[in-house]
Design a protein around this ligand. Structure first.
Ligand code: FES
Ligand code: FES
Length: 209
């Protein structure tokens, strides 16, 4: 018959055995171990905010991480890191993109504009000034992405690119609040500054017109 002491011993043995098995399973095999030398890296050169920048990167580095960690341009924000919030929006070769969804090495020779490249604290871009004037932000986390997107949106309308709310796909789209809301729908603002953002864009669009 098993007494309680026997039970304690066998239980402890069981725990030690399980821990040892887990350690073996977690340890990389010597043959499969990855060293720093195995990580594929590549030189990439692109223009960021008007300056040529050279980086040597792990080929898996996103453009967002290259900007923030490689070039210390922390204006571009990391929200979701998988294409759902728009906080990481930058303008690449004239088009806005989510920089968390693209690899830096794909932009060799490209021209990238981040919020730092639009204006300076002393000389704000008209869109930056309008966001300030209309209180187009609260915490500010989404704001660099919103501003880059808004600048690109006006460019898209000017170029005649229609959106889902454009009534006539063959006519030049109008700079209306409905167009702005639709085109800015990929930029999420957790603080809900949406109506003020539309006011800011409307003001800049009016000035451009
Ligand atoms: Fe890129 Fe959210 S951080 S879309
Ligand atoms: Fe806070 Fe937009 S201002 S998330």
């Amino acid at each position: 018959m098993q007494n309680s002491r026997d039970f304690e011993v066998s239980r402890r043995d069981l725990m030690v055995g399980a821990a040892a098995s887990a350690a073996v399973a977690a340890a990389p095999s010597v043959a499969g171990a990855q060293t720093a030398a195995d990580v594929p890296s590549l030189k990439v050169s692109f223009t960021v905010n008007g300056k040529i920048r050279d980086l040597e990167l792990d080929t898996r580095t996103t453009l967002l991480d290259a900007l923030r960690e490689g070039l210390h341009l922390a204006g571009t924000k990391k929200g979701c890191d998988h294409g759902q919030c728009g906080a990481c929006t930058v303008i690449v070769d004239g088009r806005r993109i989510n920089s968390c969804l693209t690899l830096a090495v794909m932009h060799q020779g490209g021209s990238i504009t981040t919020v730092e490249g639009l204006g300076t604290p002393q000389d704000l871009h008209p869109m930056q000034a309008a966001f300030v004037k209309h209180d187009g932000y609260q915490c500010g986390h989404c704001t660099p992405g919103q501003i880059c997107s808004a600048v690109a949106v006006l460019g898209e309308i000017e170029a005649g690119i229609p959106s889902h709310v454009s009534a006539d796909l063959t006519a030049r789209p109008q700079a209306t609040a409905a167009e702005f809301r639709e085109r800015m729908s990929g930029n999420i603002c957790r603080c809900g500054a949406y109506s003020n953002i539309v006011d800011a864009i409307t003001e800049v669009a009016g000035r451009k017109a």
